[in-house]
Structures are given as C-alpha cells and as structure tokens.
Write a protein that binds this ligand. Structure first.
Ligand SMILES: [Zn+2]
Length: 354
C-alpha cells in the first residue's frame, strides 16, 4: 500500500522569531521578495529593509501571481517570502512555484491550517472561488511568531481551532474508508497520530489559549494551540485526508449570508454535522460541542448568518456538500443530500439547546 506523508521542510515557532527572518532568507538564497500588504508588514514589525517589497493587492488572483512573478524575475529575487493571512501566503507559494524558487511562509494569524500545505486557493478578480492549485513542493520554511499571533484578534485564533477541530474526525473517516490523501496516497501512522494529537491539544489547551490571545500575551497553552492550528492540523489534513466537515463548509458557502463567517467557523459546524452522520458516540459529540461552546465556535445555523433555515435553502447546502469530487465521499458509507440535510437540522437543534 502506498503511503504518503506531506509536510513543509522546516517549521520554526517562537515569540520574537520574526527577527530571524533575514537569517532564514540568507540560508535559502541571496535576495528575498516580500509578498505582504504594507499594513501586514507593519503590524508584524519586521525589518524588511533587506527585502524587495512586492506588496500585495489583497486577493490571490492569477493576475496578482503573474505581477509578482514578473517582479521577482526583474529584481533577481531567488527566495519568496509570504507574510500575512491566507491569501498573501497562497500568492507567495504560487509565485515561488512559477519560478521553482524556495518559499518562506510567515502567518501573522492562526486562522486556518493552510500555511504548511502545498496548495493555494485562487480567486477571480471579483473575489469568487476559481480553483485549487497544487504545487510540487511544500514551503521550505514556515516561520510562526507567537507574539504576533497573540496580538491579532482572538476571533482568528478561534476560527483556526474550528478548522483544526475537523482534522482528526476527517482523518479518522479517511482511515476507516481507506481513502486517499491529497497526493493520492494512504495516510501514514504518523499522519493519523498527528491528527489525533491536534484534537487532544485543542481540548486540553483551547480555552486557555483563547484567554491568552484576548489578553494579547503568550502562554504555553497559546503556543500549543498555535502549533495545533498551524502544524498539527496542516500535516493532519494534507497527509490523512478530508471528509464531511469540509464538504459541509463548501455547501454552506452557497448561501451568501454565510460569507461573513470565517472558514474555520463553518468547518466547526461541519464537524457537528459529520458526527451526526457518523452517529458518533454521545460522549464524543458532547465533548466536541462543549468545546465549541467554551471557545465560542458556532453550534447553530443562526450563528453562521442563516436566520431563515427554510428546508429548500438548506437543501442547496446539502447538495453542495455531496457534489461530485467532494471529500464527503471519503466517509466509509455512501451519503445523499437528504441525509446531509437531516444531519444539518439535527446538529442545529442540538446546538441550539443549552
Ligand atoms: Zn480547512
């Protein structure tokens, strides 16, 4: 059986580690192109005097990737540095892939598990989803400054916990069905163990990490959750696969009123739906929903902006979740739109109860 483990080459995490960025650029090349909004670089407080400033226009589009790739060539840059949120990081990965250059990824929030991955989400100029782009290599370095993340709005950290909450349950479903991961291989034992550790870390440290972020300070619990959101969840999803929670997320995006909710907030509700579909043990369901309530992740549709849960509109969500190619088909049993709709309604009812 072909097993594939997918990871970045190196992961470095500590408060204050951004100060080492020039050293890391020098390890990988001679001249770095910084892909970051002006505000992003300023908030992170990096010394970017040695970097070519590429700027970032806010959306990861084909045109923006082409612009930055041309700039890298014109200025002779041989290392790409992405700094900021998911879109700046994805753009940096795409530019690096165009020229087969090394890339350093510097997330300034811990809101998703994308930083370690070898994929990017490409959007149209209007901000609509266009395609996933898979790269041959994962980032050469993921550099995470806990002090920067501690100062970011706590909602981002919570959303990152929602994204990370799905990793173990989706990995476990893929393992039960022997489904392929994102590179067409089966999960290693390491991938599964990391996915489970991700979940256990959230349960143990999630609430304290949230309070730490609210206070703008770094604690061991916050460090653990930053690692869970970024490294453990990143390795877990890419190496062990996705299942229903992310498909429910994708279905939810069909309703415009959910667009104010962050990726991880929708994924967290998707976890509840997956557990209903799996008819998971009640102790497990209770642990998950209790965690969501403690850290403020949504447990009902109204918290995602869906105040009119007419069955017809939710059917569009369910149909989106079971569209061909969706990862929900990695569950170890077949699932229909009607079954997903039922699970959404039940999750919402349990979530609404005290
Ligand atoms: Zn995700």
């Amino acid at each position: 059986m072909k097993k594939i483990m997918i990871s970045p080459s190196r992961y470095v995490q500590a408060a204050g580690v951004l100060g080492d960025l020039p050293h890391h650029v020098a390890e990988l090349g001679t001249k770095g192109l910084l892909v970051a909004s002006g505000g992003g670089a300023g908030r992170a407080g990096i010394d970017d005097s040695t970097l070519v400033k590429g700027g970032f226009q806010g959306e990861c589009t084909k045109a923006e990737i082409t612009r930055l790739a041309a700039l890298a060539r014109e200025t002779g840059c041989d290392v790409i540095v992405g700094l900021g949120g998911g879109k700046a990081l994805d753009s940096a990965k795409a530019v690096a892939a165009e020229h087969r250059l090394p890339v350093i990824v510097v997330p300034t929030i811990a809101s998703t598990d994308a930083p370690c991955s070898a994929l990017a989400v490409i959007y149209t100029e209007d901000g609509a989803f266009e395609e996933y782009r898979f790269f041959p290599r994962n980032p050469d370095l993921v550099l995470v400054d806990c002090a920067v993340i501690a100062r970011a709005p706590a909602r981002f950290l919570v959303a990152g916990m929602g994204d990370a909450l799905s990793t173990w349950f989706e990995a476990r479903a893929c393992s039960r069905s022997n489904a392929d991961n994102t590179r067409g291989g089966k999960s290693t034992l390491a991938g599964l163990a990391i996915a489970e550790l991700c979940y256990r870390t959230l349960i143990a440290d999630g609430e304290r990490a949230l309070r730490s972020c609210e206070a703008g300070v770094v604690t061991p619990a916050l460090e653990n959750v930053i690692e869970a959101n970024t490294l453990l969840s990143g390795l877990g999803f890419e190496s062990s696969g996705l299942a229903a929670a992310h498909s429910v997320h994708n279905g939810l995006t069909r309703l415009p009123e959910t667009h104010g909710a962050l990726h991880g907030e929708k994924v967290a509700f998707g976890v509840l739906v997956q557990l209903v579909l799996e008819n998971a043990p009640s102790a497990e369901f209770d642990e998950v929903i209790g965690f969501c309530r403690r850290v403020g992740l949504p447990t009902r549709l109204s918290q995602l902006g869906i105040t009119d849960p007419a069955a017809g509109r939710l059917m569009a969500v369910a149909e989106g979740a079971v569209a061909p190619g969706e990862s929900i088909h990695n569950l170890p049993f077949p699932v229909t739109a009607g079954e997903v709709l039922a699970a959404i309604l039940v999750a919402d009812r349990i979530g609404a109860a005290d």
